[in-house]
Design a protein around this ligand. Structure first.
Ligand code: HEM
Length: 211
């Protein structure tokens, strides 16, 4: 088994750990007095963390010259979407019991829900077009343009978190700081005119730039 395959298995299992922990706690009465809140917070946290990890791959791979890292980006991005789906499902199912009226009222009363929802919706086309077939179908440039939506997901995810926190802003601001560094890296690269491949090699058409 080659190194990339092993690393992928390791990352796959690693990305399932937060879900496994929640499942374990649920089975052993470890979710406390408000299990829905614990699940919402954990899945929300992991959606944002994995969006940020996905955004770290390009700088990390260039700085460390570990070019194989591009091969794990798609999986991590898809796990971000997976935790986003769990987060959203927790909200509409366990929190609101699919009550449309309740949800609309909530959106009007709490704008952070609208922002979170927008961040989630932007992840959908990215997940759907993450395959090698879609990279070829769209063409490298268009695919990369579309996948820059992840910057917006990161920004909206951080705003969502800042707006929902009532007192201690430390944690959302840490996320905001990490995101700022990752976006700053893109700006610096763009100003420096560095545009190189970040489309998966097996799917790479002739014309490709950095995301
Ligand atoms: C699908 C639409 C979404 C809905 C309806 C939603 C809803 C919520 C709700 C109700 C909470 C708990 C608020 C509270 O405790 O007062 C929350 C927390 C959170 N959400 Fe979302 N959210 C959505 C999408 C997202 C997305 C896409 C991200 C990340 C990119 C995200 C990241 C977070 C984070 C980081 C927290 C706080 C976790 C913590 O307290 O540790 N959410 N969300």
């Amino acid at each position: 088994m080659n190194r990339l395959r092993l690393t992928k298995i390791f990352i796959f299992l690693g990305c399932l750990v937060p879900l496994g922990r929640l499942g374990w706690k649920a089975l052993h009465d470890g979710l406390g007095a408000n299990p829905i809140e614990v699940i919402t917070h954990s899945t929300g946290d992991w959606t944002l963390i994995l969006v940020l990890v996905t955004l770290s791959i390009t700088p990390l791979r260039r700085i460390t010259r570990q070019y194989w890292l591009i091969g794990v980006r798609r999986m991590i991005g898809l796990f971000a979407f997976f935790y986003g789906v769990l987060h959203f499902t927790t909200y509409i199912w366990l929190d609101k019991f699919f009550g449309l009226h309740e949800m609309i009222k909530d959106i009007a009363k709490r704008p952070f829900i609208t922002v979170g929802f927008s961040a989630f919706v932007l992840l959908i086309p990215l997940a759907l077009t993450s395959t090698a077939g879609w990279v070829r179908r769209l063409g490298g440039k268009n695919w990369q343009r579309l996948h820059r939506l992840i910057y917006l997901t990161g920004i909206l995810g951080v705003i969502h978190y800042i707006w929902l926190v009532k007192a201690d802003l430390r944690k959302p601001l840490e996320y905001a700081f990490a995101l700022s560094l990752l976006l700053l890296y893109r700006v610096v690269m763009w100003v420096a005119g560095v545009h190189k491949n970040s489309v998966p090699a097996q799917a790479r058409p002739a014309e490709v730039t950095e995301t």
